[in-house]
Write a protein that binds this ligand. Structure first.
Ligand code: 5RP
Length: 256
């Protein structure tokens, strides 16, 4: 790993007895060390990012951080931050974000990411793309050699209009990679699939399940975005500036 300058890399003691959630919390707390008073901070979404949001509010309450403005990447995070009393704003009022902290579903060695299995990829990409620094926090289970080839989905946010047509086009595009495109549905209380899942922006999500990796990521990104029914996809290429991984061998910080 390439070591970061500030804050210093910590190789904490082996933590093999910790749960996945405890590892997520460790990575999140480490990331919050990058937050300084007066910053505009992008607040990520998901089970890892929620620990970072909670930690920021704790430090605000303790007076160890002051004058933070949070920019939430989803309605869920907005609600969490409001409940914890973190002052919030948006990109219209704060177009430059000092630092964003968020989780990821997959991370490759070049710090390319898959995000959006929680469905918030569009706002995440807008806010993290407007950030001077983007710190990604994961437990070690998220590390992959190639993103998009692990058998898990690459999410694509699409407009609801003729979403099956758009899904079909996406599947065709990645036929050689063994792609199956599936409209994401809400899971009902009995565990069965229900109506399409709706994003914070009123759109749907098509999950691309790939048997093999999709090769040139920039070309794949460009090809997906060419379809008029596509709003955005969950590959975050060249956006992360720092990766914090918590695993059984401790915490590792890697800068791009
Ligand atoms: C939500 C995301 C999340 O950051 C990603 O799904 C990781 O989630 P978790 O921290 O719960 O594993 O992209 O859209």
């Amino acid at each position: 790993v390439t070591l970061s300058d500030e804050p210093a890399v910590v190789n904490s003691p082996p933590s093999s007895n910790l749960t996945q959630d405890e590892l997520k919390k460790i990575a999140a707390y480490k990331a919050v060390e990058y937050v300084k008073s007066g910053m505009v901070v992008g607040l990520g979404t998901g089970s890892t990012a929620k620990h970072a949001v909670a930690r920021i509010s704790e430090l605000l309450r303790e007076g160890k951080l002051k004058d933070i403005i949070g920019i939430p990447t989803s309605t869920t995070t907005h609600e969490q931050a409001v409940s914890l009393g973190i002052p919030l704003s948006d990109l219209d009022s704060h177009p430059v974000v000092d630092l964003s902290i968020d989780g990821a579903d997959e991370v490759d060695p070049a710090l390319n990411l898959v995000k959006g299995r929680g469905g918030s990829l569009l706002r995440e990409k807008m806010i993290e793309g407007a950030s001077k620094k983007f710190v990604v926090i994961v437990d070690e289970s998220k590390l992959v050699k190639h993103i998009g080839g692990s058998g898990l989905a690459v999410p694509v946010e699409v407009v609801p209009f003729c979403c099956n047509f758009t899904a079909g086009k996406l599947e065709e595009l990645f036929r050689e990679a063994g792609c199956v495109a599936k409209l994401r549905r809400k899971i009902g209380s009995n565990g069965g699939e229900e109506a399409p899942a709706v994003t914070d922006n009123g759109n749907y999500v098509v999950d691309l399940y790939l048997e093999r990796d999709i090769g040139d990521l920039d070309a794949a990104s460009e090809a997906i975005l060419k379809f008029p029914g596509v709003v955005e996809h969950g590959m975050f290429l060249g956006m992360a500036t720092t990766l914090i991984v918590a695993g059984k061998f401790g915490v590792t910080v890697k800068d791009r």
